[in-house]
Design a protein around this ligand. Structure first.
Ligand SMILES: Nc1ncnc2c1ncn2[C@@H]1O[C@H](COP(=O)(O)OP(=O)(O)OP(=O)(O)O)[C@@H](O)[C@H]1O
Ligand SMILES: [Mg+2]
Length: 466
């Protein structure tokens, strides 16, 4: 229940909360209102009864001045009974001396016997009167000479009940309508207030996946949401600045590192030829500066990729030619390996040098880890150029297949082999391929070993050279 509530979202929660609160208030208010209304209606019945009773008592005294009281009572009661009120005139405890038409033969309706001129009311069920539900009974005390008598008036609550049930009906119809209106209003209002928040969220999502140069929309006004948007934009600006200077730093640093490394290597070579330094020293400087140069070049390429400048030049590249050149090189360099190649002519749009780098990085790995076989396959599948480079080496464990595409990731086994890689090869492959709109998938070669598959969109025919 609680997790549902948390997951339901602000809009649902606000609507449910507002509607529930209002429902409680409305129901409580309606109940209180109905109780008050019923009391008011009963008091109307009591007043009607009182007026009736006083009229009867008046006529009894008046007419009794000239005649037999019992007879006068009867006349009086008979004459004044209207609108369904039931009237009895009692003397003593249970002596009914007169009664209205519907009450012939009915014993005293109540036990109340107030003082002379006293008035009492009660609400009771009177099955003898042939109607379900309560009656309002009013008793008025009177005296004629020395004789005490009481006028009893029973007013039906039928009218009151009818008014009450109509009120209940109105509430029963009105309350759900009111609640529905409040729910719709809350839903709409909260939704409208949250719309800018959703716009900010989706923009931020887009910004972080594309680069930090975008900004979120700032809604008009200066409420919480627009302040959030402004703060978010300030943060994005700072992040972008930091990211840009970091990338610039890496690019500048790798650029600046290139010439001292080249100088070092050249100097070692010259001094080696002159015989002024040890040959082993020349060899060491030569090989290490070679590695340094490769590393610096990789860093520079990745820095360019981060700035979105990796596939800067876009030309038509015959991928099959790139692969053939690489295969020819492999066959001379890796003479102990069985290099198998299968290609079809495929042309893609992109940066030829960068794509050659992709093929080179993949074959470097394959040659390094292969047992005896390296396979290259280039095919065209559903509008994509699919290049697969595989070897029969130890393969890459399934758990690491995503990870090896990250920068500086080398698996432990390769470190033990002292292979000397820096862990940037596949990261460069991933960057270059992504910049060309393609994908890289590291997998398993059938029959054992690693297999890396690169998919690149084939140049659309309209843009091809025709
Ligand atoms: N064909 C393969 N067979 C087995 N493991 C591989 C293969 N290719 C890559 N790997 C693993 O993935 C890791 C990352 O490869 P990546 O090419 O990115 O870096 P590297 O080859 O170590 O260094 P670099 O290519 O920068 O010289 C390697 O260190 C190795 O552990
Ligand atoms: Mg490599």
């Amino acid at each position: 229940m609680i997790t549902w509530w948390r997951r339901a979202g602000v809009r649902v929660r606000s609507t449910v909360a507002a509607t529930t609160l209002l429902a409680v208030l409305v129901v409580a208010g309606a109940l209180a209102g109905l109780v008050l209304l019923r009391e008011a209606l009963i008091s109307v019945d009591e007043q009607t009864g009182e007026v009736q009773a006083r009229l009867v008592r008046l006529s009894v005294t008046d007419r009794a001045l000239a005649g037999d009281p019992a007879e006068r009572l009867l006349t009086a009661v008979g004459a004044d009974v209207e609108r369904g009120s039931h009237i009895q005139v009692l003397t003593g405890q249970d002596e009914v001396v007169a009664a209205s038409a519907g009450l012939q033969g009915v014993p005293a309706l109540t036990g109340l016997r107030p003082q002379v001129a006293g008035l009492e009311h009660e609400v009771v069920d009177l099955p003898a009167l042939g109607r379900e539900g309560p009656w309002v009974v009013t008793v008025l005390g009177g005296a004629l000479d020395d004789r005490r008598f009481w006028v009893v008036v029973a007013e039906s609550t039928e009218d009151a009940d009818r008014v009450l049930s109509r009120a209940v009906l109105l509430l029963a119809i009105g309350t759900p309508v009111l609640l529905a209106a409040i729910a719709v209003a809350t839903w709409t209002f909260v939704g409208r207030s949250l719309r800018p928040v959703e716009a900010i969220r989706s923009t931020v999502q887009g910004i972080t996946s594309r680069g930090l140069d975008g900004r979120v929309p700032v809604p008009p006004g200066s409420d919480e949401v627009s302040r959030l948007a402004v703060t978010m934009n300030e943060m994005l600006a700072r992040l972008e600045l930091a990211q840009r200077s970091q990338r610039r730093f890496v690019a500048d640093a790798s650029h600046e590192l290139r010439s001292p490394v080249a100088t070092l290597r050249a100097a070692a070579e010259v001094w080696g030829r002159e015989g002024s330094v040890d040959a082993r020293f020349t060899e060491l400087v030569g090989s290490e500066s070679g590695r340094l140069e490769a590393l610096v070049a990789d860093l520079l390429l990745l820095a360019r990729a981060d700035e979105g400048r990796v596939a800067g030049v876009s030309s038509e590249v015959d991928l099959d030619e790139v692969v053939e050149v690489e295969v020819a090189r492999l066959r001379t360099v890796a003479s102990g390996l069985d290099v198998r190649a299968r290609t079809v002519p495929v042309r893609v749009a992109g940066d030829g040098a960068a794509l050659a780098r992709v093929v080179r990085n993949l074959t470097d790995n394959a040659v390094r880890y292969a047992g005896s076989v390296v396979e290259l396959e280039l095919a065209e599948v559903e509008g994509s150029a699919v290049l697969t480079v595989a070897d029969d080496g130890p393969g890459i464990p399934a758990a690491d297949r995503e990870r090896v595409l990250e920068r500086f990731v080398r698996l432990d086994s390769s470190r033990q082999r002292g292979s000397g890689g820096t862990g940037l090869g596949l990261a460069i492959v991933a960057e270059v391929v992504a910049a060309h709109g393609g994908t890289v998938r590291v997998g398993e070669r059938r029959g054992g070993g690693a297999s890396v598959r690169v998919r690149l969109p084939v140049q659309p025919p309209s843009a091809a050279s025709r």
